[in-house]
Write a protein of this length. Structure first.
Length: 747
């Protein structure tokens, strides 16, 4: 039978509240919760009616978007003709006349704010324009109908730059989705959006030198304007490293592109050198270009934020300290240039030790690019689980923290919500509570259904980076216990009840969400996984019914349930091949860590037991890939192998592969097969010079397979039998390539 993965101990299933966890005061109303978690907050026991406002006093020169916020939250003048109007409101930025006498109450930190609500007065102040905007976002959260709680809040962010980098591979977000995201970032007090979609041709090679067409330029300006209205820095990133020439002409073209973006309103910039090879990877050349941009553009403009760069060696596992790349950047780059970092690996938790290591290398605090919940390497999974694995004591040791999301913008919001929570106040971050609040935020109309669905859609499945997340945490030990007891029909009635309840709730959650109209964009993004989770839920319920029928000696009932499970397995298979058919990891996986393996394992066990007891011969095969990767290249060692009929393929890698002498990337089949064809694309045109294709029946004796190459595509007509197929670097030199395709077609 299949097995359930062991889960690490966690408190994620506990419903902790903010009252008990973070803030040093006592309240009983969860609706008073503020997010991101403030640095200091005190609630009184009473509320104040907004209609009691007598006067709102603020500087008439405040930016329009701030005045709009004030009007939306508190009304034009406050109160009504018949109200007592006892409360005065003072709103302003440090130094302004309206709030000058209260300035000592401000926290004294950039983007900080102060709020005090008493029966006779409301004070709302910001250290700066952005701080006041954040104060108003908090005031909006505190508002409950026409009531405000008596409150005092002193708040500020611990990390200077907080937000999102749209840096994933795959379909870029739509213009409308980006507009919704920017409003969301403002509400969550995130101040950074880095525009760097890998598939924008004008962001990367070869068209980074070319101006945006009129339509695209107009949309970018709309995004910049929307970002400014929501106090978000729109950071436009250029990715020139694939074909840049270290010449004055190309350097000037970078500046020319930046000037064009400046004319559209952009005031923050980044230069990406990630996922490239060749000439563009030279640290001294990168530093020289960035310093030139900093000296002749950023510093000259005066209103441009510090320049950001993503290095080629952007994680520890890919770094080569002996080669000095990172130290060269640290020593040669202007101190104001910020350097991005993903952690110890491409996909990695962020730890204090890891941050200390990179800080020593680059001589400045790292700007963290956190690759979660990005799913461009596991596109058949939806990542809706908790944000965890982030050290909560290192806020002062990072210059920035941005999350790289999924290509599904609405489904990314729960994780973005929690990243905003973490980056504002790491010490106050409670992963469990933040996730609960995030679920409530994205779809309050179906909170419990969304929570149930998300609990079973958080792990990434087997992947080349080896990064996994917990899933189905509360039910996992019950499922494991039930399977262990199933060998002697010894499961308890309570475990049976818990499992039927969980599968039942998963199916109900899918139906409730599919019918919900609160956030139609979110439901559309999740639809393939909602449909698949219905199948998993039904399969689990019927597998449990099979076990019960077997124990009760109900042969006819068992056969009915068996036939239904077989049909459901086919539905799962068809859904997996109909929806989300991207070219990388096509398909839809639901409940893949616990729920689906449990249902499949129970089906296999009960069918075997039934066959033995009744002398039957019911098939009980659950289709899983019998093949695996067979590789000595470290980056490819964990890649899953996928099966589509007679096509066996290694999941592609998005990053550059560093391929040393005699290392290979291969496929090990479960047995010897006749091979019809091998197809490959490693993103190179000189494969014949260094790359050999070999096949073997036993993994010991290898025979070469000749191939022809047209551009980057390699095809092989093979009439041999083999169990092992591999590509090997045959020269005494490390080479760089990309694993875009490696597929074996069986006879």
């Amino acid at each position: 039978p299949l097995i359930i993965y062991h889960m690490r101990n966690t408190l994620s299933n506990l419903k902790l509240t903010l009252c008990a966890a973070v803030i040093p005061f006592s309240i009983t109303c969860a609706s008073d919760r503020v997010y991101p978690v403030p640095q200091s907050v005190t609630y009184g026991k009473q509320t104040l009616a907004i209609e009691s406002i007598r006067k709102i006093n603020y500087n008439a020169q405040l930016p329009v978007h701030l005045k709009e916020q004030i009007s939306t939250i508190l009304g034009e003048n406050g109160g009504t003709a018949n109200s007592p109007k006892q409360t005065e409101v003072v709103i302003g930025i440090r130094g302004e006349k309206a709030v000058r006498k209260y300035s000592k109450l401000l926290p004294g930190k950039a983007e900080g704010y102060y709020i005090r609500i008493t029966p006779g007065q409301i004070i709302v102040m910001g250290e700066d324009t952005r701080g006041l905007f954040y104060a108003l976002q908090t005031l909006k959260q505190l508002k409950n109908g026409d009531q405000l709680p008596l409150t005092e809040i002193k708040d500020y962010p611990d990390i200077a730059f907080r937000g999102v980098v749209e840096g994933f591979y795959g379909t870029p977000w739509s213009h409308e989705a980006r507009l919704r995201q920017l409003q969301f970032y403002g509400e969550m007090k995130m101040n950074t959006y880095i525009y760097g979609p890998k598939d924008d041709p004008y962001h990367s090679s070869p068209n980074w030198r070319v101006a945006y067409p009129e339509k695209e330029a107009k949309q970018l300006k709309e995004l910049v304007d929307c970002a400014r209205k929501n106090e978000v820095d729109f950071v436009w990133a250029i990715h020139p490293g694939l074909d840049i020439k270290w010449t004055d002409a190309d350097r000037d073209l970078v500046l020319q592109k930046f000037e064009a973006m400046y004319a559209l309103g952009v005031r923050s910039y980044a230069v990406f050198f990630d996922d490239i090879s060749g000439e563009g990877t030279k640290a001294d050349k990168q530093a020289a270009l960035l310093n030139y941009i900093d000296n002749h553009f950023v510093q000259v403009k005066k209103d441009v934020k510090p320049l950001i760069m993503c290095p080629t060696e952007y994680n520890k596992s890919w770094s080569n300290p002996a080669g000095g790349y990172l130290r060269t950047l640290g020593e040669q780059l202007n101190p104001s240039v910020q350097i991005m970092w993903t952690g110890d690996r491409v996909i990695s938790d962020i730890t204090e030790d890891g941050v200390a290591w990179i800080t020593d290398q680059i001589k400045r605090e790292p700007y963290i690019w956190w690759n979660f919940p990005v799913s461009d390497y596991v596109r058949d999974h939806l990542l809706m689980g908790r944000v965890y694995g982030l050290d909560t004591h290192i806020g002062a040791q990072m210059s920035g923290f941005v999350t790289n999301p999924m290509e599904r913008p609405e489904a990314s919001k729960p994780a973005i919500f929690s990243v905003a929570d973490y980056a504002w106040n790491p010490d106050g971050f409670d992963s469990n509570q933040s996730w609960e609040d995030a679920i409530d935020y994205v779809i309050p109309s179906r909170r419990e259904a969304m929570r149930t669905f998300a609990e079973h859609h958080s792990d990434l499945g087997p992947n080349g980076h080896g990064y996994r997340r917990e899933e189905s945490v509360a039910i996992a030990p019950v499922a494991e216990r039930f399977l262990s007891a199933a060998t002697n029909n010894g499961w308890t009635a309570n475990d049976y009840r818990l499992l039927t309840t969980e599968f039942g709730q998963l199916g109900e959650a899918a139906d409730l969400l599919l019918a919900d109209e609160h956030n139609p964009m979110l439901i559309e993004e999740m639809k393939p996984w909602l449909l698949q989770s219905k199948v998993v839920a039904e399969t689990g319920m019927e597998a449990l019914n099979m076990a019960e029928a077997l124990r009760n000696g109900e042969e006819e009932m068992f056969r009915r349930k068996y036939n239904h499970v077989v049909a459901l397995q086919k539905r799962y298979y068809l859904n997996d091949r109909e929806y989300n058919q991207n070219p990388y990891q096509p398909g839809v996986k639901s409940g893949s860590l616990v729920m689906k393996p449990f249902a499949d394992s129970l089906f296999v066990y009960t069918t075997r037991a039934f066959n033995k007891q009744y002398g039957a011969q019911l098939p009980y095969t659950v289709f899983t890939s019998p093949h695996k990767s067979y590789s000595t290249v470290a980056q490819a060692a964990l890649l899953p192998v996928r099966v589509r009929n007679k096509r066996i393929s290694v999941s592609p890698l998005l990053e550059v592969i560093r391929w040393k002498e005699n290392e290979w990337i291969g496929i090990e089949l479960d047995k010897k097969y006749g091979l019809q064809r091998i197809e490959a694309d490693f993103g190179i045109t000189d494969a014949n010079d260094w790359l050999a294709c070999e096949i073997s029946e036993d993994g010991m004796d290898w025979q070469p397979v000749n191939f022809t190459q047209v551009k980057q595509q390699m095809k092989f007509e093979v009439n041999n039998q083999a169990k092992y197929i591999r590509f090997k670097n045959t020269i005494a030199q490390e080479r760089e390539a990309r694993l875009r395709r490696f597929e074996v077609i069986l006879d």
